[in-house]
Design a protein around this ligand. Structure first.
Ligand code: AMP
Length: 176
């Protein structure tokens, strides 16, 4: 990835202050997704480090993680599995609780979404405090699969989310 490309992608990401609540600077990636060249480049770049790792399944985290995870799965010749918020999955599921800023949240995965021994890549749009990605990794590991990596388009490094992912391979395209 060149600095020029990274700068160009950054230009397409808008920061919406105080959304969805006061104090949060929301990274809106919809203009990047709407830019055909940037979309293709970021999908390529998210997949690239894992291209020779024989990934079996790419798990996308609801909701913006889905958008990036499915094309990354296609690139890697892997399947796609959704990790969703509580109560959305129709079949038998595993659940993991985690801490948000002021509340608890629950993520779920279908019990048969990945199999024991599978190599799994976890994809989301933004790594903030890391709680969401950690919970996703815990779910995958609980099903007996291996987390080969966690890749996010954006890392908010001042929130130090990487600390929660210690021991896991991580890959971020844009850091604030
Ligand atoms: P966290 O668990 O704190 O790492 O939060 C990550 C999850 O919340 C991801 O699924 C993101 O989509 C979302 N998120 C957290 N902070 C932001 C932000 N500033 N802008 C956009 N999405 C965010």
């Amino acid at each position: 990835m060149t600095d020029e490309a990274r700068e160009r992608w950054k230009q397409t990401i808008r920061t919406i202050n105080d959304f969805p609540k006061p104090g949060i600077d929301f990274k809106d990636i919809t203009p990047l997704l709407a830019d055909a060249r940037a979309l293709r480049e970021v999908v390529d770049e998210m997949a690239q480090p894992y291209s020779s790792m024989h990934i079996d399944s790419v798990c996308g985290i609801e909701a913006r993680g889905f958008i990036l995870a499915a094309p990354v799965a296609l690139k890697l010749g892997a399947g796609f599995a959704p990790i969703r918020k509580h109560g959305k999955l129709p079949y038998r599921s595993e659940a993991a609780c985690y801490q948000l800023e002021y509340a608890e949240a629950v993520l779920e995965i279908h019990a048969d979404a990945v199999s024991s021994g599978d190599r799994v890549l976890i994809v989301d749009d933004v790594l903030a405090t890391g709680g969401t990605a950690r919970a996703a990794a815990d779910l995958v590991q609980r099903l007996g699969a291996t987390v080969s990596g966690v890749t996010c388009l954006i890392e908010l490094s001042f929130l130090d989310g990487k600390t929660k992912l210690k021991g896991l391979d991580t890959h971020f395209l844009i850091t604030y």
